[in-house]
Design a protein around this ligand. Structure first.
Ligand code: ATP
Ligand code: MG
Length: 328
């Protein structure tokens, strides 16, 4: 029997489902040399970000939910298939890929081509939105409006679902990585300190907050002083970290309002009652759900392990053999 795998090809993380094994999760990053030879992928590649000599390049094969570098995407997927023991020509797996509903036919074909260059035999697509609804445990088949908000790496997606279908939806270019960039830029402008992408993400995860500024001692950050060009330690106030996220958080709240403005009133009434279901790794930012709840004046619930919501739903879809229902 042909093996089937599920793939959530995110801009920040690739998640692969095989049998009953835990979800395989690796960063969507590849490091190549000038000849195109793969030097590292996944976690090893991520550790090299911002530290590369000139002969190596960092490639992010997936941007805004679409494959932007077909060859690099193939190389990255092949590396992950090898890691999972799925690279034997004798057992070529079929892949069911969860993609944003907004992905164009052309974008889907590029993804398909990228996967066909690996050991994958056949590719089919399912709705990442509906997978997220399943993964989050929503009663998505009921005649009841549910609003799902997926805060991903560089895309935020909203969808109102009723009777098993997406009724209205919205997309915002920006997500967790945009918050990292905003934090780095804010520190550069306000503290004259240049920090790297990895440092910014670490800072966001450890002391970042979208609502309540951390009280207590200032946060010490290592970076390049823009005046002296020396590497120094500088104290950054918690208020500054909070302020850095303000603009992006407002854009996310505006996305919810825009989606609701395109949603029939009966469904908006349901959403008013039940609130918003939040998923995506970005939802793990401290204070994120409270900030969204305040801005939208709605209850916001965070899915358990929100980065994995789409993958969890995809696993259920595969296990119950209901791909047709979710097919794009
Ligand atoms: N504890 C945390 N605090 C704040 N942000 C976090 C935390 N953990 C993960 N993130 C952020 O979540 C983002 C990745 O989210 P996710 O895994 O949903 O992305 P993705 O599915 O690859 O992206 P997309 O769906 O946009 O293609 C990253 O920007 C990461 O920094
Ligand atoms: Mg995602």
């Amino acid at each position: 029997m042909t093996k089937r795998i599920g793939v959530d090809l995110g801009s920040s993380f690739v998640r692969i489902i095989t049998d009953d094994a835990p979800v395989f999760c690796a960063p969507s990053i590849l490091i190549r040399d000038r000849d195109g030879t793969v030097i590292a992928s996944g976690i090893a590649a991520r550790a090299m970000v911002g530290k590369l000599p000139k002969n190596l390049e960092e490639i992010r094969p997936v941007r805004y939910g679409a494959v932007v570098d077909r060859d690099a995407c193939s190389q990255m997927m092949q590396a992950y298939l090898e890691h999972l023991g799925l690279s034997s020509r004798l057992t070529r797996p079929d892949a069911v890929v969860a993609v944003p509903d907004s992905l164009s036919t052309m974008e889907r074909e590029i993804l398909r081509e990228a996967f066909y260059r690996t050991n994958i035999r056949k590719v089919s697509f399912v709705s990442a939105t509906l997978c997220a609804a399943v993964g989050a445990g929503l009663q998505y088949r009921d005649a009841r409006g549910s609003l799902l908000f997926d805060a991903g790496g560089n895309l935020c997606k909203t969808a109102v679902i009723s009777l098993g279908h997406v009724v209205s939806s919205g997309v915002l270019k920006g997500g967790g990585e945009t918050l990292d960039a905003a934090l780095a830029e804010y520190i550069r402008r306000n503290c004259a300190l240049q920090i790297g992408q990895q440092t910014a993400e670490r800072l966001k995860k450890t002391v970042g907050t979208a609502k309540f500024a951390r009280t207590g001692a200032p946060i010490v950050v290592i970076g390049r002083d823009l005046k002296s060009r020396q590497i120094i330690r500088k104290a950054v106030t918690p208020e500054l970290v909070l302020a850095a996220f303000e603009r992006q958080m407002n854009a996310m709240a505006a996305l919810v309002q825009k989606t609701l403005s395109q949603t029939p009133p009966e469904l908006c009434a349901d959403i008013g009652d039940y609130g918003i279901l939040l998923c995506g790794g970005g939802a793990l930012l401290s204070g994120f759900s409270q900030k969204l709840a305040d801005s939208c004046r709605m209850r916001v619930t965070v899915a358990s392990d929100p980065g994995k919501t789409v993958a969890d739903g995809l696993r259920r879809v595969l296990m119950t053999g209901r791909e047709e229902e979710f097919a794009l």
